[in-house]
Each structure stands twice: as C-alpha cells, then as structure tokens.
Write a protein that binds this ligand. Structure first.
Ligand SMILES: Cc1ncc(COP(=O)(O)O)c(C=O)c1O
Length: 378
C-alpha cells in the first residue's frame, strides 16, 4: 500500500447539514413580518409540536441548548437526597448539570454497551442517592427496562441524556414508556444529526414535571405578578426554531446519506484485525465509532488518532478522557474504580460521519486505518 496523501482540507468528525438558504430565508421573512423574536413565538410553537409528533410520546419542551435543559431537568425533580448516580462515559454537560446544582455525582461503571451497567448501578445506590442519569451513548439506548426496575425498587428518579438520539431512533420512544425515564433530554447542537444551530428539548410523560420545566425555562415567571420557584432563561429563539423547522424537512435525507457512508466504511474496514465497529452500523448514525484493540491491531487508538490527524482527518476520542478524570471530579471516591469505562475510553475513536461526506472520502479514510494497521509510518 502506498503512503496515503493528506486531505487538502480538514475532514471534521461531523459537519452540520444546512437547509437551502431560500427555505430558511422564507422562514426569516415570516419572523420579520410577525416581529416576534423570542418568548415562545410561532416558530417555537410549530417546532415544539413537530418534534413532539416525531417522538410520538410524552410532552416536549424546547430549550436554548441541551445543557440548560439538563440543569432544568435535574432541578425540576426537587430531590431530597443529594447524590445522583451517573455514567462517567459521557460529555461533561451530563455531570456538570448535577454539580452546578450543588448535588454530588456518584460515578457508576458502564458495560460493553458503553452505557450504565445496571448491576453496578444497583450496587452503587444507597440511602443518599435520589436519582440516576444515564447517557444513550452515540444514540444507543441504555438498558432502560433494567434501570426502570432498579429505580422502582430504590425510589429513584431517572433522567436520560439523549443528546444523541434524535433521528430515526427517536420515534421508538413512543412504544415503551420506560424508555423516557422521568425526563429525557435531546440536544439540537450544530454537531448533532438534527440541529437548530443551538437548541435542545426535554421530554416527560409527567404533566406536573412538564409544568415545572416550563416555569423554570422562563425564570419561574407564572404571570405578571408572580414568580414560583427558581428559574433560568432556557427559551429557544425564533431564529433557532426556524432553523429547526427547516432541518426537520431534511432529517430523513441526512440519515439516508449517513447510512450510505456508514455502510461504505463497513465494507472498506472489513477484515482489519483489532477493529470493532460500535456505532454507525446499525441504523444509528450520530457517530461512526470504532474500538481499537491495541494488541490485535498492533498499535494503540492514540497512534491511529495521531496518524489520522496528520493526514487531516479530524477523528475524535468520544468519550475520552472519562468525565470522572476531569479536575472537578477526579477526587471523588466513585471516580477511582471504573475499569470498563476506562478501557473503553482508551479504545474508542469516531471517524468523520456526515451526509456530505463522499463515499470516496470514506474509502480514503478507511484506507488510512488499514495502512496504519499494516505498520505504515508517515
Ligand atoms: C452526551 C451529551 N450531553 C450533553 C451535551 C450538551 O448539549 P448542548 O451542546 O446542546 O448543550 C452534548 C453535546 O453537545 C452531548 O454530546
């Protein structure tokens, strides 16, 4: 195999899909005509309805981003117990949402699915733990049935960080209520399969929780004369909601294109020793993620990452380091022994995946992985 040529321009791990500008401008014209820019205007209301229809269950509230939505979710549960069991294999936002509210995260190890291990969860629950937060990593659901059973036995509330799930898998929520937990968060950040530039949503089947969330979203304001409880400004603006509406028209085409790229990767990576595809191959196309078994592959994930980057392929180590290793958390007793998560964090690497990535470029990227495995040195 010849030494691969570097890509002329960086190929990032994801690239936002964008609607035709004319379509977005049409929606902006309607905003200009209404003169309503925020505070749950017509675009906001339309998107909230449309997202709800796609999900098919629960009550949906839109938020200005996933992180503020998560903070509101934790706050809305009004927990008396001060600890929340949480996965370390996630984005910092999940754990920060606990700590920013003065609660304490208790890290629980994951299993081979890269989501919370229900057995370890049950072991970690004591009288101080009042809730659990799991992340549907790369869009693959936690074992929500097992977590639901543990929550019932131990009187826990359940929040899911579903930042990655909105796509074709989201409607599945409709059929199985335990999939939602008490609240599920979605992120509509520009790096996600579906986006509103910045944005997010919360889904809950509980009418009281939904009511509280809507109060928190708007400073706790009940009416002109009354504020109830603490709140923040979590509102999605009209220009963001307009982008979300335009993107909803594109989401299925984006999924199809990503599936084609993911399938091409699968073919092109076939037979490379030490490589296991853990996401992107099963219709879930938020990320295309490999696990690298250093012994079998003959090289570490980090070396592969360096090679890819040297050739302008901007792979990402999602999620590495573990959240439990970051400075705010690494002194916690629960941060010390997380062997399954630690191994995963050493092995995962996300390759570029987005609708606009050509099949030829997917082949080139896979060729770099193969060339590196065969001992190629730059
Ligand atoms: C798992 C996870 N949780 C939370 C977030 C935060 O969402 P947002 O960027 O919308 O605040 C992200 C990414 O952005 C994420 O990947």
């Amino acid at each position: 195999m010849n030494t691969p040529l570097p890509f002329e321009r960086p190929v990032y791990v994801s690239r936002p899909a964008l609607p035709p500008l004319t379509d977005y401008i049409r929606r902006l014209e309607s905003i200009w005509a209404s003169n309503i820019l925020t505070n749950m205007g017509p675009m906001h209301e339309m998107l909230e309805l449309a997202v709800g229809e796609r999900i098919g269950s629960g009550r949906v509230s839109l938020w200005n981003n996933g992180m503020s939505a998560l903070i509101a979710a934790v706050s809305s549960l009004q927990l008396e117990r001060r600890k929340i069991a949480v996965t370390p294999f996630t984005f910092p936002a999940t754990v920060h949402a606990i700590s920013l509210l003065g609660l304490e995260p208790v890290f629980v190890d994951i299993d081979d699915t890269l989501t919370l291990d229900p057995v370890k969860l049950e072991e970690a629950v004591d009288s101080e733990v009042g809730a659990v937060m799991g992340t549907h990593v790369y869009g693959r659901f936690c074992d929500t049935a097992a977590i639901d059973a543990i929550a019932r036995r131990n009187d826990l509330r359940v929040i899911y960080d579903g930042a990655h799930i909105f796509g074709r898998s989201a409607p599945v929520i409709g059929g199985e209520p335990h999939r939602l937990g008490d609240i599920t968060m979605l992120s509509f950040h520009a790096t996600k399969l579906f986006h509103s530039v910045e944005g997010g949503a919360l889904i809950t089947a509980d009418q009281d929780v939904d009511r509280r969330l809507r109060l928190i979203r708007n400073f706790g304001i009940v009416n002109e004369n009354d504020v109830k409880g603490l709140g923040l400004n979590g509102k999605m603006s009209e220009v963001h909601a307009a982008m979300g509406l335009s993107m909803l028209d594109l989401i299925d085409a984006e999924i199809d294109q990503r599936l084609a790229v993911a399938n091409r990767y699968l073919e092109a990576l076939e037979g490379i020793p030490g490589i296991r595809v853990v996401s992107g191959a099963d219709g879930i196309v938020q990320y295309f993620v490999l696990r690298v078994d250093a012994e079998e592959f003959g090289s570490t994930r980090d070396d592969l990452h360096t090679t890819l980057r040297s050739l302008n392929v901007i792979s990402r180590k999602y999620f590495s380091p573990l959240c439990s290793d970051f400075e705010p958390y690494n002194e916690l007793p629960s941060a010390k022994h997380l062997p399954v998560a630690r191994k995963a964090a050493q092995e995962v690497i996300a390759l570029p995946l987005y609708g606009g990535l050509s099949l030829e470029d997917a082949d080139r990227i896979a060729d770099i992985v193969r060339w590196h495995q065969k001992g190629g040195v730059l």
